[in-house]
Design a protein around this ligand. Structure first.
Ligand code: ATP
Ligand code: MG
Length: 265
């Protein structure tokens, strides 16, 4: 049975998709386990990271699955024998418009994704779900089926209060909707060691997590614009390429921290 990870944070550009694609890539490369990425963000960036340049060309996506018009297995794309993607595209930007006025047809609003994931969970070791930068119907559906949440904290983009809001939101959701949900870790993203503000914000985040018994990973992902530009053109996640790069090394270290109990069986 796959363990299901949601990468959640209601801010844009904080490294959600980078975490999803690089951790999934690292698992398939290092552990030879089978991984499914479910993209639920209308930007379709998870499939772009694997070289599918035009997500809008996908005939069917997670949107059709959530609308009950397709089975997940008929929409999933095989990137490699160990890595599959259930893609997304701009159709997902209208999911709430299409679902909310007709909710009576769809049953419990946060359970739209659950049965589809349950139906394919035994075919994978891990499922990583990329999410849009907002907390709404889609984010709730993802948290409802997730076993674990990874929360990226990019100090460049928002302060510790933004992190606290998300942690509190996840804890609240756990109480109300999914008692088995756990925070696997908060991860410092795109850190510039020369910027003293980054160091200070990471310290504050660690203090908060320590006081609230939340795992903040020791590993942080350093910032490198050059690296980000290079991987954007590669059509594969960094963890499938240059293993000497410090960012790639950091992702493999991070994997050890977020998957402590993640081995199959
Ligand atoms: P969105 O909410 O828009 O989906 P996101 O949270 O998924 O954004 P990413 O797309 O992973 O964030 O990253 C945002 C941008 O930062 C991308 O252009 C990406 O290439 C860049 N980036 C990712 N990792 C790094 C890094 N370590 N250093 C510098 N830039 C990075
Ligand atoms: Mg993204």
């Amino acid at each position: 049975m796959a363990e299901v990870y949601s990468i959640s944070m209601n801010k844009g550009g904080v490294g959600k998709t980078s975490l999803v694609t690089n951790l999934a890539g690292a698992i398939t490369k290092q552990m030879k386990k089978k991984v499914l990425i479910i993209d639920t963000d209308g930007q379709g960036n998870s499939s772009i990271a694997f070289g599918f340049k035009q997500p809008n060309d996908f005939e069917y996506t997670i949107y059709d699955v959530l609308m009950g018009e397709k089975n997940a297995k008929d929409v999933i794309i095989e990137v490699s024998p160990h890595l599959h993607i259930l893609p997304s595209n701009k159709d997902m930007n209208f999911l709430e418009f299409d679902i909310l006025p007709n909710l009576h047809q769809y049953g419990e609003p946060f359970k739209l994704l659950t049965r589809h994931v349950v139906g394919i969970q035994d075919q994978y070791d891990y499922i990583f779900i990329d999410t849009p930068p907002s907390m709404g119907l889609v984010a709730g559906n993802v948290l409802a089926i997730a076993d674990k949440v990874i929360i990226p904290f990019a100090p460049e983009t928002f302060g510790v209060n933004g992190l606290i809001n998300v942690i509190e939101g996840v804890s609240d959701f756990k109480k109300k909707e999914n008692p088995s949900l756990e925070i696997a870790g908060v991860v410092g993203m795109m850190l510039d060691s020369r910027t003293s503000l980054h160091g200070e914000l990471i310290k504050q985040a660690r203090q908060y997590c320590f006081e609230h018994d939340i795992n903040m990973c020791d590993t942080v992902i350093p910032k490198s614009i050059r690296f980000a530009n290079a991987t954007a053109y590669d059509g594969k996640p960094a963890t499938w390429s240059d293993s000497n790069n410090p960012i790639v090394k950091a992702y493999y270290e991070l994997l050890e921290e977020v998957l402590p109990h993640g081995k199959k069986g």
